[in-house]
Design a protein around this ligand. Structure first.
Ligand code: ASP
Length: 436
């Protein structure tokens, strides 16, 4: 049975077992008390093994994938207009997507559908989070230039990234800035040494990604353990909040793919959206069923040249780059998870912090690997950055697989649309060139 199905089955088993326990506990409270103790003693540590595997890789993964991305950009400079257009579109695509996601979560407020007692129990279970987290601190003091400098450039990089205590995950912002600097500096090396650096970074990122795979092998067992423990201790409110969260994400993702992207197709590609989506249906289906942008790349390339008749030089440039960098579905989802978990744990994110969240969601989506569950370690980092306990991931992990299929479809769908837009613009400017 494919991993995705086993994780889903685990989710169902965990929820059903928890509902049964709550039902029995209604008539015989000692059973419920006993099962709560079993959850704390056995299920929670087991769930933690899964989560910690993800936390382990956050720092090396963010560093290696972002630095390698930037170092590769150096080579693209000479591609000039093609590259510039592509990056502007990538950025717009992702920032619009996060905007839609955050608007949805602010309207629906799924995390607030829990009574304060349930929230209190969750906070007690997962700890109150690292309230010294940098953007949280900045918001209290209002964002000024010097707090911004502090957020991104602490005096002591290693100290800040290593975290204030054993339990904190460390600041990810300075790490992001340092990775960008590292990649930018690497572009200035001579070709031979640059290749050495790139190979090293890519190898590191690949090894970290494999550790994520190990973690995912545990997921079919860790997911039921975690969801069981949360429901048994906190009650049904969690399920309601979680269902609303899934609906909110699904609607936002659909809006971006079939709303925003339809506008792009209509006005930037000057094609009919329905026809366009019909042509790329195999690409969308592949993305949905593999949950992996990387695995969908060959189908996307084939469809771009055969069905959409894009110039191979354009799609050969935009699509491979897009499959690792242009992740609008992932960016949208990351924003939603952080806001949802913040609501659940009673962490208030001001508008200013949400603006920072938008940017960080885009940056970290760039660093996500195009594989199933690729964004999980980065989400853990984002949560810690905003003072939300990263264990909050344990709440959404059960539904993550379904949403992974959807966000990957949006990731890949918007890559293809972006390729079509760039293709249109290149053809237009080529047509104008002789005349002008
Ligand atoms: N599965 C996603 C992709 O391949 C990445 C993620 O958001 O986990 O595009």
């Amino acid at each position: 049975m494919p991993l995705a199905n086993r994780i889903l089955r685990g989710l169902v088993v965990g929820v059903v077992a928890a509902l049964l326990t709550l039902g029995i506990g209604h008539f015989h409270p000692p059973t419920l008390d006993f099962m709560r103790k079993v959850s704390s003693a056995v299920f929670d540590p087991f769930g933690q093994v899964f989560l910690r595997l993800l936390f382990f890789v956050v720092i090396p993964l963010v560093f290696a994938s972002l630095a390698s991305g930037v170092a590769q950009l150096g080579r693209l400079e000479r591609l000039g207009p093609l590259a510039a257009r592509t990056f502007v579109l990538f950025f717009l695509n992702m920032i619009i997507a996060v905007g839609i996601g955050l608007a949805m979560m602010n309207t629906l407020r799924p995390g607030l559908h829990m009574d304060p007692q349930a929230t209190g129990q969750l906070i007690a279970q997962y700890g109150s989070g690292d309230h010294k987290a940098v953007p949280a601190r900045a918001a209290q003091q209002q964002v000024s230039l010097s707090t911004l400098v502090d957020m991104f450039m602490p005096r002591n990089l290693v100290g800040a990234v290593a975290g204030h205590s054993r339990d904190a995950l460390g600041d990810v912002l300075p790490l992001i800035l340092f990775a960008i600097l590292f990649g930018a500096a690497a572009t200035q090396l001579n070709a031979e040494r640059r290749k050495l650096v790139l190979d090293g970074l890519d190898t590191l990122a690949e090894i970290m990604t494999r550790i994520v795979h190990f973690a995912l092998l545990l997921a079919p067992f860790a997911v039921p353990a975690m969801i069981y423990s949360v429901i048994v201790k906190v009650g049904l409110d969690v399920l309601l909040a979680l269902s609303l969260f899934v609906i909110g994400c699904a609607v936002a993702l659909t809006l971006h793919l079939f709303g925003t992207m339809s506008l792009w197709i209509r006005y930037l590609v000057r094609a009919r959206p329905l026809e366009f989506f019909g042509l790329i249906r195999p690409v969308l289906v592949t993305a949905f069923s593999t949950s992996s942008s990387n695995a969908t790349l060959p189908t996307a390339l084939a469809s771009a040249s055969e069905d959409l008749k894009l110039a191979p030089s354009t799609s050969g440039f935009v699509l491979p780059l897009g499959s690792t960098m242009n992740m609008s579905g992932t960016a949208l989802y990351e924003g939603c998870v952080v806001l949802f978990a913040a609501q659940v744990f009673g962490v208030d994110l001001s508008l200013g912090q949400q603006a920072i969240l938008m940017l960080l969601a885009v940056l970290s989506a760039v660093a996500v690997a195009g594989i199933p569950g690729g964004s999980l370690p980065l989400i853990a980092g984002l949560l810690a950055t905003f003072g939300v306990p990263p264990e909050g991931i344990g709440i959404i992990i059960g539904v993550d697989r379904v949403l992974d299929m959807m966000r990957t479809t949006v990731n890949v769908g918007s890559d293809v649309v972006t390729a079509a837009v760039v293709d249109r613009q290149m053809k237009d400017s080529a047509a104008r060139a002789p005349a002008g």
